[in-house]
Ligand binder design. Structure first.
Ligand SMILES: [Zn+2]
Length: 292
């Protein structure tokens, strides 16, 4: 397996990475994608106790909004509730508390994520500007919100990424000898939605590193009157895009996903070694492995 990082972007607390994965089957690449999406844990609000709510929103709506606020997470020092010594009841090793006490002095007072006071300075909202509710003068909003680790398979609020996807690596070739009959412009190049083909000197040319933007839509090949363009997908080579919510650094997400993948493979190997597998039993085990 080869990995080549194409691009990394850090904007405030949000990380994004694009990388090329080579010598990997489609199934394995998709398994990795699904683990990033649904198995890497992060923190989210899971329980809210309202002491005062004069806002026009029901308690349930505010609780739902709180759940969807991305929180900076600490997956090293907190336990998943089902793996904690407290049995999931809630202790300092598996949950942190956010409190909010706001009394509005003015009409239209906005309660924002910056008003959430955390018991742990490492577990705070990723962004301070997320609006929770709007209060009238004299109204109050007071609650205690408990955050815990969870995984995206149980609820989307525990997904550490907003985007994770991959596409085929493109292989586009242009036979420029056939371009001679198109003297002024390249009809096929004009059809490319990403403008990846330029025309000059009676030749159509791909721009440098066209593969970064090419979506393999094949419009160029379809509309080329001379059939000079051929578009293929490179087998077992994919371009991955991962964008975090800010809950965890991208590097942490990818390393954790690989660790989880490794654990699953080892579990599968262990099951194979410990069991005599025949017929249906083997098929069931295979399915449990591929439904990562
Ligand atoms: Zn606990």
């Amino acid at each position: 397996m080869k990995v080549e990082v194409v691009e990394t972007i850090k904007n405030d607390n949000i990380d994004m990475i694009r990388f090329v994965l080579e010598d990997v089957s489609l199934e394995l690449a998709n398994g990795f994608r699904r683990i990033i999406l649904s198995e890497v844990p992060c923190m989210a609000v899971d329980e809210v106790i309202f002491l005062e709510n004069d806002s026009p929103l029901f308690d349930e709506i505010i609780a739902h909004r709180l759940g969807l606020i991305p929180l900076k997470s600490d997956i090293e020092n907190y336990n998943l509730p089902n793996q904690c010594d407290c049995g999931g009841v809630g202790c300092t090793l598996c949950r942190a508390e956010l409190t909010c006490t706001i009394q509005a002095d003015l009409d239209g007072t906005l309660v924002k994520s910056k008003d959430l006071i955390s018991t742990d300075p490492n577990i705070v909202p990723v962004n301070d500007k997320i609006i929770i509710a709007k209060l009238q003068k004299g109204s109050s909003l007071e609650f205690e919100a408990y955050t815990r680790l969870g995984i995206g398979r149980d609820h989307a609020k525990w997904q550490p990424v907003s985007t994770v996807g991959f596409g085929n690596f493109p292989d586009v070739t242009i036979d420029s000898k056939k371009c001679q009959s198109c003297s002024n412009q390249c009809i096929a190049g004009d059809r490319c939605p990403e403008s990846l083909i330029k025309f000059g000197g009676n030749k159509a040319k791909l721009i440098k590193e066209y593969w970064k933007e090419c979506t393999v839509c094949k419009s160029c090949a379809k509309y080329c009157p001379e059939e000079a363009i051929e578009v293929n997908e490179v087998s077992n080579k994919f371009i991955f895009v991962v964008e975090g919510t800010g809950a965890l650094p991208i590097k942490t997400i990818l390393i954790k996903a690989l660790e989880i993948f490794q654990e699953k493979v080892e579990e599968f190997q262990g099951n194979l070694a410990n069991k005599e597998l025949f017929g249906l039993e083997f098929i069931i085990l295979s399915f449990s492995f591929y439904n990562l």
